[in-house]
Ligand binder design. Structure first.
Ligand code: SF4
Length: 65
């Protein structure tokens, strides 16, 4: 099982906090939406910080096979 951060795009207000704080994980794609980069492992502390600070609480960890 792998822990991956997932963004609920329908709630995201594109404040860009996540892409500013943790740009190796969260980027803006060409359509103007936040995207989670495909990484083997995610920096837990940094992602937890972003999750805590997202103003609309739309990022969460998901377990993936
Ligand atoms: S911090 Fe939350 S609301 Fe802001 S851009 Fe990232 S996912 Fe969207």
């Amino acid at each position: 099982m792998k822990r991956v951060p997932v963004v609920e795009l329908s709630d995201c207000i594109l404040c860009e906090m996540c892409t500013d704080i943790c740009p190796k994980v969260f980027t803006m794609n060409e359509n103007g939406y936040v995207q989670v980069e495909p990484l083997d492992t995610y920096p837990r502390g940094e992602v937890d910080e972003v999750i805590k600070n997202c103003p609309v609480d739309c990022i969460q960890w998901e377990e993936q096979p």
